[in-house]
Design a protein around this ligand. Structure first.
Ligand SMILES: C[S@@+](CC[C@H](N)C(=O)[O-])C[C@H]1O[C@@H](n2cnc3c(N)ncnc32)[C@H](O)[C@@H]1O
Length: 365
């Protein structure tokens, strides 16, 4: 990927997919969070100019418009903190923001500078006892891999109800892995919070896969739930992974729903090489049943009687699938007599055929 030099640049199909995931997730995040908290924070650490060459909205406007136009009223205070290091892009963003009518309970800050410097200053100040961080969603969307130290993400994830969506530029990292410049190496070490990535360069096997796995493992140390979405360019080459990390069960579920909408095949993958205009980006789900059936068999065979709630918790928290997929898979397992479902639920009521509520009892036979 060539890094654009102009103030605004054309939107790639994979960036469009990234925006769709962001927009769909925020549609869920804003109302849920602002119902329970008086203040929430949306950080766009690499905000860009807010607009693309053909007029499409950039991430700052997407986030702002989700909150402004939501059918549910966002009652609490919402702080939008956009950070951009290039003055020309920031100026463009400020123009875009000035064209919006901002309600008094929204605070929109378009800040000049570097994300890691700005954000670590805020975290340092909080560590010194100056206030607390409200529930925060941080979108970290660089062109490359400098200025995204893992240590900063780790600090953010320690705060309750904070989560991160980060563009992990695996192709660039892979290409620069053996670069002789110490500064480049330093950026890679910082991004991974250690030098394991540099050692991957000397190993065998698929480096992109190894780098992805390493980053995932690092995030999993600070977040209960980690999901990623693969983005490929027009040559079908992996450009980056969009990683989401959260400690919140509902957040995890909502992000999975957003990712399923963008890739109904459930592979959580988008490629510019598949004609983006013809691709059924928001079509119905492909049949996820066989894969989930396999996972359920592996998880529950030999475990005795379990409840529908046990199966749902596994599906929602530990797989890429959603409850609707669970229903399809359990239906198939019941039809093939692989599971036996009790007629009465644990609350003593009769179970309706083909439903698998939390109270239903079932066993693999
Ligand atoms: C991939 S673009 C952002 C696109 C934007 N998030 C969107 O989806 O519309 C990355 C932006 O980050 C800016 N940038 C680069 N390094 C930065 C840093 N250390 N801190 C903040 N902004 C930076 C670049 O000038 C560029 O505008």
């Amino acid at each position: 990927m060539t890094i654009p030099k102009e103030t605004i640049w054309p939107l790639d199909p994979h960036s469009k997919a990234k925006h769709e995931i962001l927009r769909r997730y925020l549609e869920a995040w804003f109302p849920i969070l602002s119902t329970h908290h008086t203040r929430v924070v949306y950080i766009d650490g690499f905000s860009g100019p807010g607009r693309y060459k053909n007029g499409e909205a950039g991430s700052p406007l997407i986030a702002l418009d989700v909150a402004l136009n939501h059918r549910k009223t966002i009652a609490g205070e919402v702080i939008f903190w956009f950070i951009e290091e290039r003055e020309d892009r920031l100026e463009q963003l400020r123009k875009e923001l000035a064209a919006r009518t901002i309600p008094s309970h929204f605070r929109v800050i378009a800040d000049s500078g570097r994300f890691h410097e700005k954000f670590s200053a805020v975290l340092n100040s909080i560590d010194e006892g100056n206030g607390a961080l409200a529930p925060t969603f941080a979108f970290i969307d660089p062109f490359g891999f400098s200025g995204i130290p893992l240590s900063l993400i780790e600090r953010l994830m320690k705060v309750r109800r904070c989560e991160v969506l980060v563009t992990f530029m695996v192709d660039a990292i892979n290409r620069f892995l053996e670069h002789p410049d110490d500064k480049v190496q330093q950026h890679i070490v910082e991004a991974f919070g250690g030098d394991e990535a540099v050692r991957i360069a000397k190993g065998e096997g698929d480096r992109v896969e190894a780098l992805r796995g390493l980053y995932q493992a690092k995030l999993a140390k600070v977040a209960r739930y980690v999901r990623y979405f693969e983005m490929r360019d027009h040559e079908n080459r992996v450009q980056y992974y969009l990683f989401f990390a959260t400690n919140n069960e509902t957040g995890h579920l909502k992000m999975k729903e957003a990712m399923w909408r963008v890739d109904p095949d459930g592979e959580f993958r988008f490629s510019d090489a598949t004609n983006p205009d013809q691709r059924a980006m928001f079509a119905s789900d492909a049949d996820a049943t066989p894969l989930l059936v396999g996972q359920l068999n592996k998880q529950f065979l030999g475990k005795g009687t379990v409840t529908g709630g046990d199966v749902r918790a596994f599906v929602e928290n530990q797989t890429a699938y959603l409850k609707k997929h669970m229903t399809g898979a359990l239906k198939q397992l019941e039809q093939s007599a692989t599971i036996h479902v009790q007629a009465l639920k644990s609350d003593g009521k009769k179970r309706r055929a083909n439903t698998f509520p939390d109270e239903v009892k079932l066993a693999w036979v």
